[in-house]
Design a protein around this ligand. Structure first.
Ligand code: T3D
Length: 260
């Protein structure tokens, strides 16, 4: 189904999901949402999958909401669109049992930018850019942008990006800590897949727990964060991956992690 608006591929361990509406810069339609969330759920439910990579076909990553989609136009309640599509999508990404890497190949605008930022690590091509396009059409950042932006880059930069809607080049996005890494365009997919393969060989449960406790600790005082850490270590410390990690270290051999 090469013409489907979501393509699913990759290897047994690394699921590759490609947004595939290149003529409209992979902007989100209702149809695309109806395929994207199930594709993420399928990756989450497949015990063989240990990392997910998301990218876009053509010259863009994702231009956010398709402003022409008749399925959305019928719904005058923009908040309803957010509740129906973007909230479940953002929550799904932030609760995946395996790491999710956004391979941002081109422009990421509006909900497309924040969809990328919901992923655990963003690797972007040097030619890519990030645009909080919302203010230009009379909206506020969504798909987690209000929560993510100030935490990633601080309030001053978050407000600057969101109020102006200015384009931020990938290199600058890396410099200010909005994304993990900016690489040359020609090596984007190799870099993202190499990172995903590295993540796939790591203890998935600990990686997913790392995301959970870091996110939760942001809303806690120091003492509560210490208690949260203790609880997570108690659980992980009793799991086979910890025993394997320590045994492999002591035996000076590569670890083979299986928990998920
Ligand atoms: O219901 C709701 O709306 C709530 C949900 C809100 C969530 C959101 O994401 S709101 C933000 C929506 N996104 C935008 O406002 C971004 C709009 N796009 C742009 O500003 C520009 O396209 C870009 C800066 C992203 C890229 O500019 P450029 O010059 O590289 O490309 P272009 O020529 O503007 O776009 C290429 C084609 O993609 C063009 O189609 P055409 O003329 O060749 O037939 C353009 O219309 C189409 N396209 C780009 N973005 C969208 C889009 N079509 C529909 N919706 C889009 N968002």
């Amino acid at each position: 189904m090469a013409d489907a608006c979501i393509l699913v591929g990759g290897t047994a361990a690394v699921r590759l999901i490609t947004l595939n509406r290149p003529a409209a810069l992979n902007s989100f339609t209702a149809e695309m949402h109806s395929l994207l969330l199930p594709a993420l759920n399928a990756a989450a439910d497949d015990a063989a999958v240990r990392a997910v990579v998301i990218t876009g076909a053509g010259r863009g990553f994702c231009a956010g909401q398709d402003l022409n989609d008749p399925a959305m136009a019928d719904n005058a309640d923009v908040g309803g669109v957010i509740e129906r599509f973007y909230r479940p999508l953002a929550l799904r990404l932030r609760s995946m049992p395996v790491p999710v890497i956004a391979a941002v190949n081109g422009v990421a605008a509006g909900a497309g930018a924040n969809f990328a930022l919901c992923c655990d690590m963003v690797v972007a091509a040097r030619g890519a850019s990030f645009i909080q396009a919302f203010s230009k059409i009379g909206l506020v950042p969504d798909c987690g942008g209000t929560w993510l932006l100030p935490r990633l880059v601080g309030r001053a930069r978050a407000l600057g990006l969101a109020m102006t809607g200015d384009k931020l080049a990938a290199e600058e996005a890396q410099r200010i800590g909005l994304i993990w890494q900016c690489v040359d365009d020609a090596v984007l997919m190799d870099s993202a897949m190499a990172l995903a393969n590295r993540m796939a060989a790591m203890p998935s449960k600990a990686i997913a727990e790392t995301r959970r406790v870091l996110d939760a600790a942001l809303a806690m005082d120091f003492g509560d964060a210490l208690a949260l850490e203790a609880g997570a270590q108690r659980e992980l410390g009793a799991a086979p991956d910890f025993a394997e990690g320590v045994a492999a270290f002591l035996a000076k051999r590569p670890a083979v992690f299986k928990d998920r």
